[in-house]
Design a protein around this ligand. Structure first.
Ligand SMILES: [Zn+2]
Length: 488
């Protein structure tokens, strides 16, 4: 006799992960149990009764929401190399693109002046005059993981202005505003600025506030690469925070740090300022877990650094991976002349204090962002290692914070601050972006000598319910989505 339809209806899952140590992304301590997926969403957590098409025994392993990389320059990588191996191999399932003022869209056919050359190349097939066109290209050829995008103020300047060495005039500001509206209407989650860089250095706070006026009241946010992270770091933070306050929008201070030996220890001052401002404004940070920065090669940045490692050079490709002081000795050029001879080029600058990095990482409002530069010939190891380094070195070994707090800084906190709904936490009904890893062995393998090594300890990664990474290899699944502002 067939059983009657039972009161406790048995579910059918696509996958049940059994015996896992479950970190839900909220910062709460882990619980032991099962987690089941159906139709790309989390179906049940804890005791998952029913049948499952597939099972994974996660005894001894942790399961967490897929990591969200709060700060990337993967705008073009999503199209050029949709496997996104540097990120997927770390357990990252969502990247925020368009940071530091340098989004790929809507640059159109305009010249990719530095630092736009960190994301744009000359291929016309990877140039977009609108966010609608950029998102359409991503949806026509989906990458392995999700992305959400910011529109960059520097890109807007390059796209609309006849000269970059002055503030924008009224007509240019109106043209930039209409591009911001197009980006927001297409689903961009906010805007970014990069007044540190030449093409935006002449922009005043007044210009930026007017250009970004369309953000007001939309729920979109501003990510700010401030004007100076050295001697004038406090003034630069204040300038950026005043713009966000004026517009009444949430803000992320990007890759927060203090650089130059004379400024070591000043994260005490920057975090105190942030605490003070946070009493009345919604501002937070992202940070990468290294004492070296990386961007285009600049003489002023080289002077602030103890040492400089060349990441790429168009003029001298063989210089990638070499130290500037060694090259200078070999070529008998003084550092400034050598820097000129290498252009266009990118570099890694050893210019921070470990105590500052740890203090900033531990700050409760700090999210993890890699700031990796995916097109560099010899990239900063943060591209391949930032997330496992926080889990292994900073949580497990240095005990800077418990593992659940480390995970929160790369999941729940980030989803909340960027407005990514139904992601970043393990909750029934949430999208099934997941990482399964070994908390005893997870660690970064990428180093400044060998920067492109995948991390250790990441077992499997799921993107929208599909298995994307297993046994140290991508599966080839392309289930990443464009996450638009307000999507659920
Ligand atoms: Zn930046």
């Amino acid at each position: 006799m067939r059983p009657r339809t039972n009161r406790f209806r048995m579910s059918t899952y696509d996958l049940r992960i059994r015996n896992a140590t479950i970190y839900d992304g909220s910062g709460a301590p882990p619980v032991r149990g099962d987690l089941a997926l159906s139709d790309g969403r989390i179906a049940a957590i804890g005791e998952c009764h029913g049948t499952a098409a597939d099972e994974l025994d996660a005894t001894g392993l942790a399961v967490a929401p897929g990591f969200i990389d709060a700060h990337t320059h993967d705008d073009r990588l999503l199209l050029a190399d949709p496997a996104l191996t540097p990120k997927l191999s770390q357990g990252v399932t969502t990247v925020i693109v368009g940071n530091c003022g340098i989004s790929l869209a809507p640059l159109g056919a305009r010249s990719a002046v530095p630092p736009l050359n960190l994301v744009a190349d000359e291929a016309a097939s990877q140039r977009f005059a609108s966010f609608a066109a950029y998102f359409a290209a991503l949806e026509a050829h989906p990458p392995a993981l999700n992305c959400a995008a910011l529109v960059g103020h520097t890109t807007l300047r390059v796209a609309t202005m006849s000269a970059l060495d002055r503030p924008a005039n009224d007509g240019e500001i109106e043209a930039m505003q209409s591009l911001v509206r197009e980006a927001l209407d297409s689903g961009a989650i906010g805007a970014s600025t990069g007044t540190y860089y030449a093409p935006a250095n002449a922009a005043t706070a007044g210009e930026i506030a007017r250009v970004l006026e369309p953000l007001r009241g939309t729920g979109a946010l501003i990510a700010s690469h401030i004007r100076d992270e050295g001697e004038r770091v406090l003034e630069s933070m204040t300038e950026a925070m005043d713009i966000a306050a004026k517009l009444g929008v949430r803000q992320v201070i990007s890759h927060h740090k203090v650089i130059g030996r004379a400024n070591f220890g000043r994260s005490r001052e920057t975090l105190a300022l942030l605490e003070e401002v946070r009493a009345k404004a919604d501002v937070c940070l992202d940070c990468y877990p290294y004492t070296a920065s990386s961007t285009v090669l600049r003489a002023d940045a080289a002077k602030q650094a103890q040492r400089v490692l060349i990441a790429w050079s168009k003029a001298r490709p063989d210089a990638a991976g070499r130290y500037l002081d060694e090259l200078a000795a070999e070529t008998k050029l003084d550092p400034d002349a050598l820097i000129d001879a290498l252009q266009p080029a990118g570099a890694i600058y050893f210019s921070m204090d470990e105590a500052d990095v740890e203090r900033i990482l531990a700050y409760p409002e700090t999210m993890i962002g890699s700031d990796g530069l995916p097109h560099d010939a010899f990239p900063h190891p943060r591209l391949w290692g930032a997330f496992p380094r926080v889990l292994g070195r900073y949580a497990r070994e240095r005990k800077l914070f418990p593992l659940e707090v480390a995970i929160h800084k790369m999941t729940g906190l980030t989803a909340d601050r960027f407005g990514l709904r139904n992601r970043g936490l393990l909750r029934p009904g949430f999208h099934a972006d997941l990482v399964v890893f070994d908390p005893q062995t997870v660690e970064d393998a990428a180093t400044f000598a060998q920067p492109m090594r995948p991390a250790r300890g990441i077992a499997t990664v799921y993107v929208n319910g599909a298995l994307a990474w297993r046994e140290g290899k991508p599966t080839g699944a392309r289930t990443g989505r464009v996450l638009r502002r307000g999507d659920s």
